[in-house]
Structures are given as structure tokens and as C-alpha cells.
Design a protein around this ligand. Sequence first.
Ligand SMILES: Nc1ncnc2c1ncn2[C@@H]1O[C@H](COP(=O)(O)OP(=O)(O)OP(=O)(O)O)[C@@H](O)[C@H]1O
Ligand SMILES: [Mg+2]
Length: 189
Amino acid sequence: MSVILIGGSPATGKTKVAKILGSKLSVEVVALGDFADESGCITAEDKARKTGIINEDCLVDALLDLTDDKSKRMVIEGHYIDLVPSSSVQWVFILRTHPEQLRTRLTERKYSKGKVTENVEAEVIGVCQMDALEAFGEERVFEIDTTEISAPDAVEIIEKIMKDGSSPHRIDWMAMLEEQGRLDEFLTD
Ligand SMILES: Nc1ncnc2c1ncn2[C@@H]1O[C@H](COP(=O)(O)OP(=O)(O)OP(=O)(O)O)[C@@H](O)[C@H]1O
Ligand SMILES: [Mg+2]
């Protein structure tokens, strides 16, 4: 088991964090979107529609080949991390960002209104967290709140967890916002 996965909603900092972590550990960093493209798992038609449709069977096969050498360490970041073969995975870090801050970041990135709402809702619900827990189980999945910290600081937290092995704590924006009576600001019906 050798792969370190970095997942999370768009603009939670996956790419930045993975790059810094990879260079600190001197291991290869694989961006899943690029890897899927290079592996021929995104068709020209998908690219034109820009919807990020991926041939999952194709990507699963390519990932099996990529992670075949179990002695080789690597960092893999992106969406679809739950397609990485579980037996190769050692650590899973899900980057989380408070929905309000995530909305700001996505808006700054010029996402359409619909895309912002969709991604903010997914973060409130915890879609990436739930998918990771389902694929890899409670013990390997750690959540890092990047709302108020920089990518290098997030990497320090990750390194500390890998060194000291703490027990994972769960982030639940839904419960927090509900308690504050703010859920309506972030969820459409
Ligand atoms: N910890 C952070 N603090 C402040 N802004 C951040 C942080 N992390 C990311 N951002 C902002 O979000 C943008 C996206 O960061 P990054 O590309 O690393 O995210 P990502 O999770 O890889 O997104 P995607 O899923 O779209 O690839 C950055 O350009 C930056 O403006
Ligand atoms: Mg990225």
C-alpha cells in the first residue's frame, strides 16, 4: 500500500496541496483529470461539452496499471479518487472548505451560477467525504479544513497525521449550518 490520495470539491486546494506534498516527499504527483485524458479515457465529444465525463471502466483499468508496483509511492489528486484500487491506497486526505468560503473561491474562478450552487451543495452534504469513506473505510480517510489555512499549512497537517497517526475527525457542515439556522443560504430544494 503506497498511494496517498488528495480529494475534495473544486477549489479546496487539491492541486496545490498535492504538488507541495509530492515535492516534500520526492514522489510522483498524478493529477487524475490529466491522467484520464492521457490514458484516452475522455472522448473528444466529452471534451467539447466540458462536462468532465469520464469513461470509468477505462480509468479504472489505467489506474490498476499505474498503481501495479506496490512498492512505489505516489500522490494522486483530483475527483474520481474513489476509482483508485483500494488495496494500493495508504492514506486518503479530503480537503474541506466552509461552503461560504467555497462559494467565494468558485465565484472568483468564474464558475457559472449553476455550477457554484451545485458544488457548494455537494460540499455542504459532504459528497467527496462520503464517497471516500465508502471506498476506503473510516480508518484511512482524514479530512483537512482548508477554509482558513494556506496550502503549505495543510501539507504540514497532512505530514503530521502521516507521522503521528491521529484518529480522523469528521467535518459536518450540514449539522453546523443547521445549528446556526443558515442551511437555507446554501441548499436549494
Ligand atoms: N487554502 C486556500 N486558501 C485560499 N484560497 C485557496 C486555497 N486553496 C485553494 N484556493 C483557491 O482556489 C483555487 C484553486 O486551487 P486548486 O487549483 O489547488 O484547487 P483544486 O482543489 O485543485 O481545484 P480543482 O478541483 O478545480 O482542480 C486557487 O487558485 C486559489 O485561489
Ligand atoms: Mg486541481
